[in-house]
Design a protein around this ligand. Structure first.
Ligand SMILES: Cc1cc2nc3c(=O)[nH]c(=O)nc-3n(C[C@H](O)[C@H](O)[C@H](O)COP(=O)(O)O)c2cc1C
Length: 443
């Protein structure tokens, strides 16, 4: 079955969504807004809601609703307003300590009854680095090296309690069998952590591990740790190449490729006719502010085109080599690919990125959106999608009310939740603790 997440963002993924009359920018800091969006996604039986994050006020707040709640805190409030939908939060391995983050996600998994997922990012932006005592972005490779050790420590901490450590024997006065609670004793280049975690093993064994980097370092990291991979692709061919490469790398490492889900982003503009959908997309693009788009392009690629005429061609020679990029390498490559293939003016390029920052933006009828999803799913390009509504709540309602029923009728998507945890929804096994004498239980 297809996997479908709702990638939530204040007023929607299109950078001008907050100016569109049907959105509610005044509710960007109202928890009920996010609870209602998650309930809408849960009614359609979607797998999870996902929140991106960066520990900095990113880009240009002047022209867009960019401030947001810390996502684990937000999703905890969503957990008590929902029952089945998965809750995936982003958190950075560059700007957290493993012990603190292990506690936060373990708590979310307990509080939600086993619905937590962690989108592991190394945070590519300078603004975040400057909030943690740095003057420059840590090098791309070293960010991933730290991330590997970080995740190793977190996994040890999540394993530090065996499933049946709590005995609760009030008669004997024994609450926990401490022979089943283990120090992790991690000593490594970046971290030294004694452990154990101060919380019992969570309902899923541990939260689902998600990752979102597509560079060589990113792919290596994903193949080692990820159970789901978020990615951005502009063509079926590039998505198929990524999909095949990841599945191969996973198999080479002795992992089961079926237990690593590849989920590209898709931002659908839905209309009763194709022309209607395209007109809606144009309406959003006409609401954009070029100063914002230019700044976003600089954030994605490091290249500032503000001195060039907007309706002139993109000076392709302005973009250096990917190796020189310490930020988001795969996004840099993706933007270069658009420039190469479409030869856009600067304004056209900004419009191409306005809807999804490089993710696939598709305008069409519900049938055409369902066809697109079915094509990528059946042709080895995706195990599912991160649906990125261009505007909220309307864009998510359009998708859940008009596209999901088509996918259900085609037998591609569930009509009822079969399980209660995110692992159940994704079809992933429940890991046992590495410290357990004999694996307590596997799914
Ligand atoms: C769907 C998706 C969601 C992402 N969410 C975040 C995020 O919340 N915070 C963040 O810092 N980076 C986020 N990223 C960026 C990645 O973490 C990573 O920096 C980027 O994909 C480049 O990785 P690479 O240099 O390995 O290619 C996201 C990427 C994708 C595809």
């Amino acid at each position: 079955m297809l996997i479908l997440n709702a990638f939530l963002m204040t007023t929607g993924h299109h950078e001008a969504s907050w100016r569109y009359p049907k959105t509610q920018p005044e509710r960007a800091h109202d928890i009920r807004h996010y609870q209602e969006l998650a309930q809408l996604a849960e009614r359609a039986k979607l797998d999870a809601v996902f929140l991106a994050d960066g520990p900095a006020l990113r880009q240009d707040i002047r022209h867009r609703v960019h401030s947001a709640f810390e996502p684990i805190t937000l999703l905890t409030a969503v957990a008590v307003a929902t029952e089945r939908i998965g809750l995936i939060s982003t958190a950075s391995t560059s700007y957290y300590e493993p012990y603190n983050l292990a506690r936060l996600f373990s708590s979310l998994d307990h509080i939600s009854g086993g619905r937590a997922g962690w989108n592991i990012v190394t945070t590519a932006g300078l603004a975040a680095a400057q909030n943690f005592g740095l003057d420059a972005i840590p090098a791309h490779q070293s960010r991933y090296q730290r991330a590997r050790e970080f995740v190793d420590v977190v996994l040890k901490l999540w394993d530090s309690w065996e499933d049946d450590a709590i005995v609760n024997d009030t008669a004997a006065g024994i609450y926990a069998d401490d022979s089943r609670i283990h120090e992790v004793g991690h000593v490594g280049p970046e971290f030294q952590v004694k452990g154990p975690l101060n919380a019992p093993r969570s309902p899923q064994g541990h939260p689902v591990l998600v990752q979102a980097g597509s560079s060589e370092d990113g792919r290596g990291f994903a193949a080692t740790y990820a159970e789901a991979i978020f990615t951005a692709h502009q063509t079926l061919a590039s998505a198929q190449e990524f999909y095949a490469d990841i599945k191969q790398r996973v198999a080479t490492l002795g992992r089961d490729p079926a237990h690593v889900k590849v989920l590209p982003g898709l931002s659908p503009f839905i209309g009763s006719t194709e022309e209607g959908a395209r007109a809606l997309e144009r309406e959003f693009n006409e609401l954009t502010v070029p100063a914002y788009g230019l700044r976003q392009l600089k954030g994605l690629t490091g290249v500032d085109l503000s001195a060039h005429p907007l309706d002139g061609p993109v000076p392709a020679d302005a973009f250096g080599d990917v190796e020189s990029v310490e930020g988001a390498q795969s996004r840099f490559v993706l933007v270069l690919d658009i420039i190469d293939r479409e030869k856009p003016t600067i304004r056209q390029l900004l419009h191409r990125l306005a809807g999804g920052r490089g993710h696939w933006v598709f305008a069409g009828t519900p049938e055409q959106v369902a066809d697109h999803i079915e094509r990528w799913f059946t042709q080895g390009a995706a195990d599912g999608f991160n649906i990125m509504p261009p505007y909220l709540p309307g864009g998510l309602a359009d998708f859940t009310e008009q596209v999901v029923p088509l996918l259900q009728r085609r037998g591609l998507f569930r009509t009822e939740y079969a399980g209660t945890t995110l692992r159940d929804h994704y079809g992933l096994p429940r890991p046992s603790s590495r410290y357990a004498e004999s694996p307590a239980r596997t799914a």
